[in-house]
Design a protein around this ligand. Structure first.
Ligand SMILES: Cc1cc2nc3c(=O)[nH]c(=O)nc-3n(C[C@H](O)[C@H](O)[C@H](O)COP(=O)(O)OP(=O)(O)OC[C@H]3O[C@@H](n4cnc5c(N)ncnc54)[C@H](O)[C@@H]3O)c2cc1C
Length: 271
């Protein structure tokens, strides 16, 4: 059975320290710091009362959007320390009203069209490893509600160009899955952030990630040949070129955009 991601911290459920180990670690650290340990067990989905969703999906999108509690909890926070502290305090006040699980670009466009008209905020979600509050649906009261749009179904390497050593890769694919798909071709993505195991290509591009485990070329900027993005105004796709010095670079606008300009569905990447 596929294991689920923890909704309150790093990794998948049933991994990491057990309660006795956590207890020992807390007491050790508290002793070193000379403070009283305040032990707190990891939160359980069943003990958190979520606000009822403020919005309902239209019938045509009902199959793409869920208000299932675990999904809403998983999409509330990234993995920064302050977010983890709030998760352990059982504070999920900003949980998204709905989570979208699109399988195609048409699905994404459908969600964005509806959300634009209904004044609903849409926040892209890759692996959820953001450490800057990038995935938290804290959007304020000027929106009718918030949808977290999870890219987990965009999980494939679509095309490999061995001659140019490049590949067309979907935005929601996790690091290890990219490596597994490229290995039979004798190629590698060669971008290794420390969050590699649970972060996605779209997330790397949107956060302008640095591959701190690699040597020499470490920035995602160096590997992008072109990007395809679904925006609320339509599709934006840059031309795939081995290199270009002509005019402003549209890729530079998307790299580091933190999901504010649209949803990155695929990119040609140098390998
Ligand atoms: C333990 C740990 C180690 C880390 N190590 C590194 C490191 O070495 N280098 C580094 O740069 N960062 C690191 N990070 C930070 C984080 O992993 C990176 O920012 C990563 O690129 C985020 O990818 P993600 O798929 O998890 O994106 P998410 O956390 O899901 O999203 C991050 C941002 O990108 C947007 N987004 C996600 N997917 C898309 C998409 N398809 N289209 C448009 N916008 C999208 C989101 O809305 C959000 O604003 C680390 C984090 C942790 C917890």
């Amino acid at each position: 059975m596929e294991r689920r991601l923890k909704f309150y911290g790093w990794g998948v459920e049933d991994t990491g320290l057990d309660n006795a180990e956590r207890d020992q670690l807390f007491r050790f650290v508290a002793g070193r710091l000379g403070v009283e340990p305040r032990l707190s067990a990891p939160p359980q989905a069943a003990e958190i009362a979520l606000r009822p969703p403020r919005i309902a999906p239209p019938a045509a999108l009902a199959g793409l959007l869920t208000h299932e509690p675990y999904e809403r909890l998983l999409h509330t926070y990234g993995k920064s320390y302050p977010e983890t502290v709030r998760a352990f305090a059982r504070d999920f006040a900003n949980a998204p009203d709905l989570v979208a699980l699109p399988k195609s670009e048409a699905d994404i466009a459908g969600v964005l069209d509806w959300a634009s008209g209904a004044k609903v905020a849409v926040i892209p979600f890759g692996g959820g490893s953001s450490v800057v509050g990038g995935v938290e649906p804290a959007v304020g009261d000027s929106y009718a509600g918030a949808v977290s749009l999870d890219m987990r179904h965009f999980d494939r390497v679509l095309e490999v160009d061995a001659t140019s050593r490049a590949a067309r890769i979907q935005g929601g694919i996790l690091g290890p899955a990219i490596e597994a798909a490229l290995k039979p071709h004798g190629l590698a993505i060669r971008h290794y952030p420390q969050s590699f195991e649970f972060s996605t290509l779209g997330g790397w591009i949107a956060t302008r990630s640095g591959g701190h485990f690699a040597t020499l070329y470490t920035h995602i900027d160096d590997f992008v040949e072109s990007i395809r993005t679904i925006t609320p105004a339509g599709v934006m796709e840059s031309r795939r070129l081995p290199g270009s010095g002509a005019g402003p670079s549209p890729d530079r606008m998307m790299i580091g955009s933190e999901g504010a300009l649209g949803i990155i569905t695929e990119a040609w990447m140098r390998l």
